[in-house]
Design a protein around this ligand. Structure first.
Ligand SMILES: Cc1cc2nc3c(=O)[nH]c(=O)nc-3n(C[C@H](O)[C@H](O)[C@H](O)COP(=O)(O)OP(=O)(O)OC[C@H]3O[C@@H](n4cnc5c(N)ncnc54)[C@H](O)[C@@H]3O)c2cc1C
Length: 264
């Protein structure tokens, strides 16, 4: 494999490094404190980070992860890797400023690649363009979650609504996230690797984004859409689970479907 850094990656790395040195590194502790103090349900980023996000976007340092099939810079993994190295100097704040945070990157990419047009508009677009965040709800206290075929959470279609029944925790970034992609069993009789669906759901209540609140049954509204295969690329515990996305028609305020414990 060729690990040589391309000319365009060198140029981007210099610009990113300059931005980091001017705007991020000197203010790192202040920005980290603002994230801790200000992020809460309904607030994805603190004001100071929002300002820097606008600046980064103007500087063309935005959505650097976005692969070539979409409207991103289309960098290779090696090219993006050297930019991650720079952002990694300030891991708690820098990815948020350049809209390169996990799990927003993987969630948006999966939606763009496998979501319905409605899901792309409703969930992926805001992640690419606005000051919103998302989270990914796979892990369960009752299941050995390193193997997603073990999960218990179910999603049952009742009329035009999905009824989610389960318990999730360790959802990174749940606090302040606009939606979660929830892994749930929708085809219980299918072979183990074909049982699950990945369902984007609006997170709703504050309580579900804090600590282990029991939310055994939550109603989510969805229409059964054209099921699309949705294998997650890249890393993450869901990478081995084949899943499908179904289009969501509406989601009420009680549609958060997981209890959450945000690590760290
Ligand atoms: C900082 C942090 C952030 C996280 N963020 C998220 C998130 O955003 N969303 C989310 O859904 N989860 C998240 N998690 C949870 C994490 O992904 C899970 O903890 C992980 O998938 C492991 O699952 P588990 O805790 O159930 O461990 P288990 O699956 O119970 O595994 C425990 C141990 O047993 C081993 N093991 C399990 N099964 C086998 C087997 N068949 N053979 C041999 N060894 C085995 C494992 O390797 C591990 O060492 C996060 C965790 C951390 C620490």
């Amino acid at each position: 494999m060729d690990f040589a850094v391309s000319d365009r990656a060198v140029v981007l790395r210099e610009r990113l490094r300059g931005f980091m040195e001017e705007h991020v590194v000197p203010r790192e502790s202040e920005l980290a404190r603002a994230i801790d103090d200000e992020v809460r349900p309904g607030v994805a980023y603190p004001g100071a980070v929002v300002e820097l996000r606008a600046r980064a976007r103007e500087a063309g340092l935005w959505n650097l992860w976005l692969a070539n099939s979409h409207e991103g810079p289309g960098l290779t993994n090696v090219e993006y890797g050297v930019l991650c190295e720079e952002m990694g100097r300030s891991l708690y704040v820098a990815p948020a400023i350049f809209n390169c945070s996990f799990p927003d990157t993987g969630n948006a990419e999966a939606l763009l690649d496998y979501g319905t047009p409605e899901q792309i508009e409703r969930y992926a677009r805001p992640l690419l363009d606005d000051d919103v965040r998302s989270c990914f709800a796979l892990t369960e206290p009752e299941a050995a979650s390193s193997d997603p075929t073990n999960i218990f959470t179910t999603a049952r279609l009742e009329g035009d609504e999905w009824v989610l029944d389960g318990h999730k925790w360790w959802i990174s970034g749940a606090m302040g996230a606009a939606f979660a992609i929830v892994m749930a069993v929708t085809e219980p009789d299918a072979p183990p690797h074909a049982r699950c669906s990945a369902m984007p759901r609006a997170t709703a209540t504050a309580s579900c984004a804090s600590t282990a609140c029991a939310s055994p049954r939550t109603r989510c509204s969805a229409a059964e859409g054209k099921a699309s295969r949705w294998p997650r690329r890249g890393s993450g515990p869901a990478a081995s689970t084949t899943a499908c996305a179904r289009s969501a028609r509406r989601s009420g305020p009680s549609s958060s479907c997981a209890s959450a414990r945000t690590p760290g």
